[in-house]
Ligand binder design. Structure first.
Ligand SMILES: Cc1cc2nc3c(=O)[nH]c(=O)nc-3n(C[C@H](O)[C@H](O)[C@H](O)COP(=O)(O)OP(=O)(O)OC[C@H]3O[C@@H](n4cnc5c(N)ncnc54)[C@H](O)[C@@H]3O)c2cc1C
Length: 414
């Protein structure tokens, strides 16, 4: 068992969307940055796969968009819903004031692998996989680094700033004693894959009927499906048996009657326990938390990954200059929170409103639901569909890349 000691300017805990993007941006800005990821790879099924126009705009500003779009993905310009058998158009992304006017569906591992590949060329950026942070290093009241393990080896990493990007069950947040407020969610989501016929019409659609609420995301040769259930109800769904569950899905969307047989048992169904929460204070001296670690989002709108990216961009914009030369002042950590707290709060308020006013009544209902007036208006008046597209696709305070590139990797110069 080896014991390694390291010194870095910034240690980012977690190689998810927030951590990889922040690592890339800080490294690009000339900050000595180390990202620690506990898993051996980025391969995790059913994660945030919806890359919104706000994220693609940042990739465009970084000169990475064309390379990113070479990875396998599907593009969706409009979102609709089938309510009790009638189709309603809800959001139209084709008028947004950005370079790429659509949502790109890309498995999260492709996105993270892409960022890791781009970051590798940056001398200041280091990534250590299979390295799990287990504790924080304290220097009085200040966090001065982390303790981590890699197999049997132990690492003691000193850093001027630790950034917690380790997701909704954050170790860093718990060890720092930072408080998180649970904002509540009336639902959980069951994720599953259902094969897609090659000639089936694509697009992304929500199906809402007497038997429940099913979202089908077009993933080329399969549908990534999310079935919404009342909070804590997964055991009851399982008790009814897989056949009954398949029948229920078919009653909601009869077009999948053949393909749904691919769900052989509940091993093919993954439970996402929906959490909506937000930290009171996102920082302490020497530590900042961003992404899901600071605020877990409801799956409504598929905004989680995009907010995590926006947090990373804002963090790099605010901290990079100072971190290049020394520790970041606590006032700047507060600036990050002030900048990102408002869009987070606005998005969560909207999600909670929709959870309580739309989804909760739907989950309680046993007869065929009627479309709410707001959905009917969106369907009748096409220009109105730009409003949900703007909120979902751009968010409340879209960030732009402002931190300058300091060390140009040799590969990019040619
Ligand atoms: C089933 C499911 C479906 C989802 N669907 C969508 C969707 O369609 N669209 C969307 O936008 N969002 C979706 N989300 C949410 C989205 O995945 C998250 O909001 C987003 O990934 C947050 O990014 P993050 O980097 O903050 O955290 P995470 O993605 O959670 O990344 C945290 C990283 O930290 C690592 N880590 C954790 N602890 C440690 C440790 N102690 N040491 C080192 N590393 C550690 C983890 O392995 C992980 O890689 C979904 C989430 C789930 C669970």
């Amino acid at each position: 068992m080896a014991n390694e000691k390291l010194n870095v300017r910034c240690c980012v805990v977690g190689g998810g969307p927030a951590g990889m993007m922040l690592g890339y941006l800080l490294g690009r800005a000339g900050v000595d940055v180390l990202v620690l990821e506990k898993h051996a790879d980025f391969l995790r099924d059913f994660r945030g796969d919806t890359i919104h126009p706000s994220t693609m705009q940042c990739l465009y500003e970084l000169g990475l968009l064309d390379a990113f779009l070479k990875r396998p993905h599907q593009e969706v310009r409009e979102i609709g819903a089938d309510i009790s058998g009638k189709r309603y158009e809800i959001a139209d992304f084709s008028h947004l004031p950005v370079h790429k006017r659509c949502i790109a569906f890309m498995p999260q591992w492709h996105f993270l692998d892409f960022l890791a590949g781009e970051a590798k060329a940056i001398p200041n950026f280091k990534l250590r996989m299979e390295t799990e942070v287990t504790d924080l290093v304290w220097d009085g009241h200040r966090i001065a680094g982390v303790r981590a393990k890699h197999g049997d080896d132990r690492l003691d990493i000193r850093a001027d700033l630790v950034v917690g990007c380790d997701g909704r069950h954050s170790t860093v947040r718990a060890k720092a004693g930072l408080q998180v407020n649970d904002l509540g969610a009336p639902m959980d989501v069951l994720w599953m894959r259902i094969p897609k016929e090659p000639d089936a019409e694509g697009g992304t659609l929500g199906y809402i009927g007497a038997d429940g609420f099913l979202v089908m995301l077009d993933r080329g040769d399969y549908w990534q499906c999310a079935f919404v259930i009342a909070k804590g109800n997964f055991e009851a769904v399982q008790a009814e048996g897989i056949e009954s569950f398949r029948d229920r899905l078919v009653r909601i969307n009869p077009e999948i009657s053949k393909n749904v047989q691919a769900l052989a048992s509940f091993d093919d169904v993954k439970l996402l326990t929906v959490t909506v929460d937000r930290m009171q204070r996102w920082y302490r001296p020497g530590l900042l938390c961003i992404g899901d670690c600071a605020h877990a989002m409801s799956p409504i709108g598929g905004v989680g990954i995009n907010l995590a990216i926006q947090d990373a961009v804002a963090t790099a914009n605010i901290l990079a200059e100072q971190l290049r030369d020394g520790p970041a002042a606590v006032g700047l950590l507060d600036e990050v929170q002030q900048r990102r707290q408002w869009p987070t709060r606005m998005t969560q308020s909207l999600q909670i409103f929709l959870q309580n006013k739309l989804i909760k009544p739907l989950l309680a209902q046993t007869s065929a639901p009627k479309a709410p007036l707001a959905i009917k208006l969106l369907n009748w008046i096409p220009p109105l569909r730009r409003i949900p597209a703007r909120i979902i696709g751009m968010g409340f305070r879209p960030e732009h890349i402002r931190c300058r590139e300091v060390l140009t990797p040799p590969e990019k110069k040619s």
